[in-house]
Design a protein around this ligand. Structure first.
Ligand code: IPE
Ligand code: IPE
Ligand code: MG
Length: 238
């Protein structure tokens, strides 16, 4: 079984998972957050090199105040715990998204975690917080425009290969496999540029129930795909 180099996951379905059990949505987030700790273990055991998870979108601020507050509390605790997790799995953590929208202490935890984990490189773990692909691209385009105005860059230098350098994912390979849990068949503003040739896997399993067995299932499906990148395989060397 070939393990994808980079797996991206949209962690969806916490709320519905809880509702089905007669519990508040916040309980689903607690369970989802516990699973976030486990997924690094599974990815690490399977030998995944890059793992990117979508935990909070730029649109998720539209949730009720109490739900957002509950999520912030979970992120606070998780970011602190993640220091130990990063050491355990030798993983380098990077937060993608616009973190200036978060409280100062959360921003500080992000910096501490990124700095501490920069010594590791067995697994590269990207956590998308206040992430939106459109927002990321607009921020990147602003940087490019500023460099053009200052004369550091000229419009002809803006190339496909270099645009990625202006995104939060700069330096990372594009995802090979994208998994979305809980049945929705959409991208919800996740890695739109980076996933131009990514294979998609959708499952009805809700995020809190997505375990190692489910991850292996997704990878097995991925192995059945015929990736072409616009070419035709048999004719590659003709
Ligand atoms: C995913 O679960 C977690 C976040 C988006 C923060 P949801 O909260 O979207 O759960 P559902 O989709 O409403 O069930
Ligand atoms: C996408 O899930 C964002 C995250 C998982 C963080 P949502 O539940 O917010 O997406 P929509 O609203 O169903 O598209
Ligand atoms: Mg959802």
């Amino acid at each position: 079984m070939e393990v994808p180099n980079h797996i991206a996951i949209i962690l969806d379905g916490n709320g519905r998972w809880a509702k089905r059990r007669g519990m508040p949505r916040g309980y689903g987030h607690v369970k989802g957050c516990e699973n976030l700790e486990k997924i690094c273990e599974y990815a690490s055991e399977l030998g995944v090199k890059y793992l990117t998870v979508y935990a909070f979108s730029t649109e998720n601020w539209k949730r009720s105040r109490s739900e957002v507050e509950g999520l912030m509390k979970l992120f606070r605790d998780y970011l602190k715990k993640c220091i130990k997790i990063s050491r355990k799995w030798q993983m380098q953590v990077r937060v993608i998204g616009e973190i200036s929208a978060f409280d100062q202490d959360i921003q500080k935890s992000v910096h501490t975690l990124e700095e501490f984990s920069s010594q590791f490189d067995k697994l590269h773990f990207q956590l998308a917080l206040n992430y939106g692909s459109r927002d990321e691209m607009i921020r990147g385009i602003r940087k490019i425009a500023a460099e053009c105005v200052s004369g550091k860059l000229s419009p002809e230098d803006i190339e496909e290969e270099r645009f990625g350098d202006y995104l939060d994912t700069a330096g990372l390979p594009d995802p090979d496999l994208m998994i979305r849990t809980s049945g929705e068949l959409r991208l919800s503003n996740f890695l739109l540029w980076q996933m131009a040739y990514t294979e998609f896997y959708f499952t009805d399993v809700a995020w809190p129930d997505f375990d190692k067995k489910e991850l292996v299932k997704a990878i097995e499906q991925y192995n059945k795909r015929d990736r072409r990148y616009g070419g035709v395989k048999e004719e590659q060397n003709v």
